[in-house]
Design a protein around this ligand. Structure first.
Ligand code: MN
Length: 129
């Protein structure tokens, strides 16, 4: 339906996943989804999205470990990865930024601002290349 930039959403909570996907698709993004870190890493390598939105707490490997694997693969090393963090977890935020994520977005997502924030991260990433 849409042919906007491909965003890979890695999120294990079905409600969060559906909401974020619906909002992004409505805003014109193409969205691929994974429900675990392992699937996210594999899908990143096969689909080569423009941006990855990565939940931190996931079944199996967590968002940090998934990021490491994405960075460790030459094919996906330069894809911007933005963490999805639970609101008000300041400690997590510090760790997220020091772990090499390109940024973070808070959950629950703000439905109005989410597409703009995702676009901003995409543009920031483009400007760095
Ligand atoms: Mn989770």
């Amino acid at each position: 339906m849409t042919d906007g930039p491909l965003v890979l959403l890695v999120e294990d909570n079905p409600r969060n996943l559906k909401l974020a996907r619906d909002v992004l698709e409505f805003a014109g993004f193409t969205v691929a989804v994974a429900g675990s870190g392992e699937d996210g890493v594999a899908l990143a390598a096969s689909a080569l999205p423009a941006l990855i939105l990565m939940d931190i707490q996931l079944p199996g490997i967590d968002g940090y470990a998934a990021l490491e694997q994405i960075r460790g693969n030459r094919a996906t090393a330069n894809i911007p990865v933005v963490a999805l963090t639970a609101f008000a977890m300041a400690r997590d935020r510090d760790r997220v930024l020091s772990s090499g994520f390109d940024g973070y977005l808070e959950k629950p997502i703000n439905v109005r601002e989410f597409p703009t924030e995702v676009r901003r991260h995409l543009h920031e990433a483009e400007g760095q290349r």
